[in-house]
Design a protein around this ligand. Structure first.
Ligand code: RUB
Length: 278
């Protein structure tokens, strides 16, 4: 069994990334941990450490709430299965929005958004993708590589060029770390807000692929700020930026009015329908 420290390190360093994958990776670890240690204080501490590793995404939190109530080992498998099944349904539901010939813009690396793209392609639709590099960690390159491997035509662009190219696409499709009920916001990788604004300006549908465990009713909510050292190394070498403060938030807050539809495992919904979901 991997140590808790190693699992946390894999998550913090973004070796494991994307809200769903982070939740599944943590659940797999906690399942083995609970087999040895039960659901007592040790579990609570380990769960909290994992939740705090990437505190913005809500899936793991929602899964832990269920586990704390049910306190059963088989709940881990149930939740992992539920998340994987949700992705398949999201793919199917989302693909209905994608027509053959569509150009789609995406941002960062979202397993759920990618599942929609892959499904559309598997259904024989001719589609092509614009993927933003996604500064500073360049997760969009991973997206582009994954698509290229599947022979899905993909163009990699800088984040700054998203506004330039958005007028040429048919829709924008991104994932979600959380859908905040109280503030009526989509939370996703930094850069998502500017993309949503640009898409709305050019009247391009802005779609979000998100399972319903991403609905976020937490009272306490923080946007993770990541270390300055993730910003280009040549810029932050000692002496280069003296007297300059660097900030590196990991996620954007996007008002849901900019989102046309949220694609979930239960169907495709308007944001206000998601907010009413129990
Ligand atoms: C990833 C990101 C993804 C969401 C959804 O950010 O913003 O769009 O997490 O991913 P990071 P998924 O790389 O910082 O984790 O659809 O895979 O749950």
């Amino acid at each position: 069994m991997r140590s808790l420290e190693k699992v946390v390190e894999d998550i913090k360093s973004v070796k494991v990334q994307g809200a769903k994958e982070i939740a599944i990776y943590s659940l797999k670890f906690l399942k083995e941990f609970c087999k040895e240690n039960g659901f007592g204080l040790k579990f609570e501490v380990a769960a909290k450490v994992l939740e705090d590793a990437r505190p913005t995404a809500v899936v793991l939190h929602n899964c832990l709430e269920i586990l704390k109530k049910e306190k059963r080992i088989r709940t881990f498998d149930k939740l992992i299965k539920q998340l994987d099944k949700a992705t398949k349904r999201i793919a199917k539901n989302g693909s209905r929005l994608i027509k053959s010939g569509y150009k789609i813009m995406t941002h960062c690396h979202s397993g759920e958004a990618l599942a929609v793209i892959k499904k559309a392609r598997n259904e024989g639709k001719r589609i092509s993708i614009f993927a933003t590099i996604t500064e500073p960690l360049e997760q969009g390159v991973r997206t582009a590589k994954e698509l290229a491997k599947l022979k899905i035509p993909v163009t990699l662009i800088t984040d700054n060029a998203a506004g330039f190219f958005v007028k040429d696409v048919d829709c924008v499709l991104v994932g979600a770390d959380a859908i905040r009920v109280d503030s009526k916001e989509l939370i996703n990788k930094t850069g998502t807000l500017l993309l949503a604004l640009a898409a709305n300006e050019f009247k391009k549908p802005f779609y979000v692929a998100a399972n319903t465990l991403k609905i976020d009713r937490r009272k306490k909510f923080i946007i993770e700020e990541r270390p300055a050292k993730e910003i280009r190394q040549e810029l932050i070498r000692p002496g280069k930026l003296e007297g300059i403060k660097i900030r590196n938030p990991a996620f954007d807050r996007v008002p849901l009015r900019y989102v046309k539809n949220i694609i979930t495992e239960k169907g495709v919904f308007k944001p206000k329908e998601i907010l009413r979901m129990r």
